[in-house]
Design a protein around this ligand. Structure first.
Ligand SMILES: Cc1cc2nc3c(=O)[nH]c(=O)nc-3n(C[C@H](O)[C@H](O)[C@H](O)COP(=O)(O)OP(=O)(O)OC[C@H]3O[C@@H](n4cnc5c(N)ncnc54)[C@H](O)[C@@H]3O)c2cc1C
Length: 240
């Protein structure tokens, strides 16, 4: 059975009306080791005498004393996290997912990251920890959201782009207002004009399973190698 760890809430920031970032400090043990791209399984609400356990990608760069989660409020577990108060303690297991969405030792020189919604979490951790280490690589990030009001962490992304000339990002809105000057549509729709040749590039995709499936189909049809496509599926929406 996986060990149960304890952490306490040290900060809570409302990012949008339905996305909250919660920062935790380790209690027991006092330190954990994790890599960017890993996730934890948090023990949340009690339902029918059982603890609801849900996975959350770590949104912060590795720090043995702390980690952050960024959660979209959609149901009981995410609401539990969003309603945590300062000093509240939570139980969890992990970190999990080593080798799945973590940055491999050998990567291609062009890294493309794609996220929908809170799929930003592991991407943010990877960017913060890996950009300083790999100035020789080119990192591109495409972030798909529905509306302008869903955007968060823009100052953080702009800061990374300003500090690291090897990094650029674009926000793609599926329901953009007429005055929106960025990209419009679904990530899979803008991909052909944004990524000239998928072959020889390394891909990291996190968030909505439907987005990931559509993008992967395009990438594989255009020469991306399966082992160069790293995926973290947060959920799969029901078919239309
Ligand atoms: C490896 C992994 C990492 C994850 N990391 C994160 C994370 O960093 N941040 C995060 O917000 N979620 C993350 N999730 C999703 C998370 O585990 C829960 O499924 C989510 O919080 C919903 O749980 P709930 O009990 O609140 O709602 P539920 O009642 O379980 O779900 C309600 C509905 O919301 C949909 N849904 C689930 N997650 C999302 C989401 N992120 N955005 C939009 N719709 C969603 C579900 O498909 C479902 O239809 C991750 C999932 C996995 C497998």
């Amino acid at each position: 059975m996986a060990a149960t760890l304890t952490a306490r809430v040290i900060s809570r920031v409302v990012k949008t009306p339905d996305v909250v970032q919660v920062d935790f400090e380790m209690v027991d043990p006092a330190e954990i080791r994790y890599e960017s791209g890993q996730f934890i399984i948090l023990h949340t609400v009690e339902q029918n005498g059982k603890t609801v356990k849900r996975s959350y990608s770590i949104a912060s760069p590795p720090d043995p004393r702390r980690f952050s989660l960024c959660v979209k409020i959609v149901g009981p577990a995410s609401r539990f996290i969003a309603n945590l108060n300062l000093q509240d303690q939570v139980k969890f297991s992990g970190p999990w997912g080593m080798g799945k969405f973590t940055f491999p030792e050998m990567t291609e020189n062009e890294i493309v990251l794609l996220a929908s919604g809170t799929g930003l979490s592991p991407v943010m951790s990877i960017l913060q920890s890996k950009l300083p280490l790999h100035p020789e690589k080119k990192f591109r990030f495409l972030w798909g959201l529905k509306r302008e009001g869903d955007i968060y962490n823009r100052p953080e992304l702009d800061g990374l782009a300003a500090r690291h000339p090897c990094f650029s990002y674009q926000i793609v809105l599926s329901d953009a207002p007429p005055e929106w000057r960025g990209k419009r549509g679904m990530l899979s729709e803008v991909l052909p004009s944004e990524i000239d040749s998928p072959a020889g590039k390394e891909f990291f995709m996190a968030g909505n399973g439907a987005m990931i499936a559509a993008v992967e189909t395009y990438l594989r049809a255009h020469g991306a190698l399966p082992e160069k496509i790293h995926k973290e599926i947060f959920f799969c929406p029901p078919p239309d």
